[in-house]
Design a protein. Structure first.
Length: 328
């Protein structure tokens, strides 16, 4: 796992590692295709690596119940395929050239291919979920609706008169929180947990997902291209108003006039984008956004308070800390 969980025992670490290997093998098996071009395009981002954060959470949540079984692995694979599919579409919308240090599908092929492969992977995810029963299908459908809703709203500014920060957090609940909530929910569901524990994991996962995206927002500002594996400042270039940007724009200090000018302008040029990043990195708004990110991570931890003590609970608490401290 990319995210460190220092409290995990060797036994739990081995179960998580083995479970993720089973998920990876299932995905590779399902998305293989008789057409070599389609087969290669399907695995383009899968083999670029990644944290496998969502399937890992499904497997970890299963530790709250009877542990890993075939249904847990199927659910974890479906969640990861849904995530991978969304990345193909995201890279087209972002006009991104790199993902995990690898050329994006839209760069390696073209936009049409990237969109269609994303659709194909969504289809594979749905096929897997169909094996888990009607309740899982309903959850997957509702998750997909909210994913798309969040993405649409993310491309729009907050309506006039509405608090921009609160609007953005609601966007993140849909755009990122809901799929991570589903990952955690499935793990509890298919390992035999009670409905109360399943709901606890849904709430935990949604808050964790929001913290995950908020940390990514900060990393996009703070990190270099070498550290990110992609171009930093993509959100700025697209004009997205993440928390740090919203706080900077709310400043009334005359010293921030140049930063405001840049944030309200077209940042398609590398020089302007670099200057905006440099000014934002030195601004108190970044630290305020960092504190708010950690607060959301603490809300995820608070959702677990009623769970009995266990190694899995300890690991889930540590996971929230790891997520938020990526941006530090």
């Amino acid at each position: 796992m990319t995210l460190a969980l220092p409290e995990v025992s060797a036994g739990l670490q081995e179960r998580l590692t083995d479970g993720l290997a089973r998920v990876e093998a299932l995905i590779e098996e399902r998305i293989d295709h008789e057409d070599p071009f389609i087969a290669e395009a399907n695995v383009h981002l899968l083999r670029a690596g990644g944290k496998r954060f969502r399937p890992m959470l499904t497997i970890l949540a299963a530790e709250l119940g009877d542990g890993i079984n075939d249904d847990v692995i199927t659910a974890a694979a479906a969640v990861e395929l849904t995530h991978l599919a969304s990345l193909y579409h995201d890279d087209v919308m972002d006009e991104a050239e790199l993902r995990r240090g690898t050329p994006t599908a839209n760069t390696a092929y073209d936009n049409s291919t990237a969109i269609l492969v994303g659709d194909l992977l969504f289809g594979h995810a749905s096929a897997l979920v169909s094996e888990l029963g009607p309740e899982a299908v309903r959850i997957q459908a509702e998750t997909f609706i909210r994913l798309c809703t969040g993405q649409i709203r993310d491309d729009r500014q907050a309506p006039e008169g509405e608090d921009a920060g609160a609007y953005y957090l609601r966007v993140l609940q849909d755009k990122t929180g809901v799929l991570i909530a589903t990952a955690a929910r499935y793990g509890a569901m298919f390992s035999g947990c009670s409905t109360e524990v399943v709901e606890t994991m849904r709430v935990y996962g949604e808050r964790l997902g929001m913290a995950f995206q908020l940390a990514d927002d900060l990393i996009d500002i703070e990190s270099s291209a070498e550290e990110l594996g992609k171009t930093p400042g993509i959100d700025l270039r697209e004009g997205k108003r993440t928390l740090a940007v919203l706080h900077a724009l709310a400043s009334t200090s005359p010293d921030d006039a140049r930063l405001h000018e840049l944030l309200n302008s077209d940042l398609s040029g590398d020089a302007e984008l670099g200057e905006a990043l440099e000014l934002l990195r030195a601004h108190p708004a970044l630290d305020r956004a960092r504190q708010e990110t950690r607060a959301v991570g603490e809300e995820a931890q608070a959702a677990l308070v009623e769970l009995p003590d266990s190694e899995a609970k300890t690991a889930l608490l540590a996971l929230a800390t790891s997520v938020t401290h990526r941006a530090s």
